[in-house]
Design a protein around this ligand. Sequence first.
Ligand SMILES: [Zn+2]
Ligand SMILES: [Zn+2]
Length: 162
Amino acid sequence: MELPAVTVSQSPEAKFREYLASRPRPQRFTDQQRDMVRFIFSQHHHFDAEQLIDDMKRAGFQVSRATVYRTLNKLVDAGLLRRLELGPRMYYEHDYGYPQHEHLHCEQCGKMIEFQSPAIEATLREVCRQHQFHANGHTFIIRGTCAECNRARMTKRRLDLV
Ligand SMILES: [Zn+2]
Ligand SMILES: [Zn+2]
């Protein structure tokens, strides 16, 4: 399930290249980094570093673990990805070209459901205004059990009663 994309003026690759070039000490855009950016932006989902390494290897890419971790940090810094902290694990998802949204995370099956809520956004803006706070972003995750897992649990309970 993907939310509709937001129109952006540059490709993620171009934006990242620009970020690297504008650092105090400009950095080279390596082939591994290019492969990573293309791979990550070919599909919107929530992934952690180890998953990304496995998926890229399976797709035939050569990436070193150190490069993946370093590049993920840079992609967050460049505004392309954002972090989602889920318990002890750190997940990433598109920030660039993707609308602001919130999450429901199923603790049974691991599913991540995205939703948008103008009411929540308005409330957050109001809270920031009251505190004269300049927000750079937020992460909002509701933990619980999804509809399918709830149904499965109810069915099991009913069977247990028989
Ligand atoms: Zn579930
Ligand atoms: Zn998301």
